[in-house]
Ligand binder design. Sequence first.
Ligand SMILES: [Fe+2]
Ligand SMILES: [Fe+2]
Length: 243
Amino acid sequence: MSQITEIAPDIFKITTFISEVNIQFNQFLVKDEEPLLYHTGMKGLFPTVNEAVAKLIDPTTLRWIGFSHFEADECGALREWQRLAPDATAICSFVSKMVSVDDVVAERPARALEDGEVLVTGKFRFKFIQTPHVPHAWDAGHLFEENSGTLLCSDLFHQNGEVEAVTSSDIVSRFKDMLIEYQEGPFANYLAYTSKTEKNLGRLADLKPKTIAPMHGSTYVGDGETAILDLAQAMKEVLAESA
Ligand SMILES: [Fe+2]
Ligand SMILES: [Fe+2]
């Protein structure tokens, strides 16, 4: 059973906690003239996410399906969604589309977004920021909704555990705890710290988001610029200095 929380007007977070891995998986449903789902979740989550989406909109009217990079929790159920919603088109980076998505999970060709391109869904404006290897994977990018100041940030700010839906308290320390925990187990080197990490995170900080919406853990409402700069420092300390 998934939990639904409105994190900004007409932007809804759908959360499912998987106790075996101690992680929440969040998808985001944006209610607009052209409804958008960000992250599909894995195939196994499709029934519960579909049930949650149906409480918010008619799922067959879904128009856009976005995600950061090619991975099961990002876009694993894309085909299931596209079979249900005949006009649903995937939006992702050119690399995602060309290298994996169109061949492996898409029912029909994805639309590749260029760096800086804005997709207007009605009242919302989603700017695509291409951020290779941030959080990880060659094809990674982020969507930033300009009117509400909401950054859909994928695995950045990942927090383990069954945490609250939304918080204004610091989430960077939880993120850092997760990184340290993962470095000591089979999920080591989960996120990458490369020569371009600081620059890419700087571009996200410059957006000055008011709401930061990670795939795993609580949504943060507050000074997003400072939070991202603090996150960059945490990544450097755990990932770069232990390399
Ligand atoms: Fe990921
Ligand atoms: Fe993820």
